[in-house]
Design a binder for this molecule. Structure first.
Ligand SMILES: [Fe+2]
Ligand SMILES: [Fe+2]
Length: 156
């Protein structure tokens, strides 16, 4: 397996991990376990932000040369995801979160993942240099810990 192939695999796995994490948050919300969500939210944010940052640093700049409009669309979706994350973070702190707000973010993340998986990730297999893909894989891997694992630390 080449480094480039493993980049696509890692990004796909990461989308799956983000969805699983969100499902856990939604389940906690259904049980009104707000204190647990508060603890889990920061690590969840770290996972999503590391994914977005990694794509923006190591994939999108090269992609933008081939498809500027496609790159702009992905960056605009990243901005909406960041905004949703930060809005929900505040809502959790204030204990004023509504399940619909979490579902909106979940929908946004799933739609975004579908866009990337249908085009960008296949493209990246043949266009992203091995060195860039290794750095992105390392960045994402550094946030990989099981849900509820207290050893996770905030991203610096
Ligand atoms: Fe993305
Ligand atoms: Fe992605």
């Amino acid at each position: 397996m080449t480094a480039i192939r493993s980049l696509r695999a890692v990004l796909l796995d990461d989308h799956g991990r983000i969805e699983t994490f969100l499902d856990s948050i939604l389940n906690l919300l259904a049980r009104n376990e707000l204190a647990v969500i508060e603890q889990e939210w920061a690590p969840f944010e770290d996972v999503v932000l590391a994914h977005l940052d990694g794509e923006e640093m190591h994939v999108i700049p090269t992609f933008a040369k081939a498809d500027p409009e496609g790159a702009r669309r992905i960056l605009a979706e990243h901005a909406r995801i960041r905004e949703g994350l930060s809005r929900l973070g505040v809502a959790f702190e204030l204990r004023r979160v509504r399940p619909n707000d979490v579902q909106d973010l979940a929908r946004l993340l799933v739609d975004h993942a579908m866009t990337e998986e249908s085009y960008l990730y296949n493209w990246s297999e043949t266009h992203i240099q091995r060195e860039a893909s290794s750095r992105l894989v390392r960045r994402i891997a550094s946030t990989w810990h099981p849900f509820g694992d207290r050893r996770r630390t905030r991203r610096r």
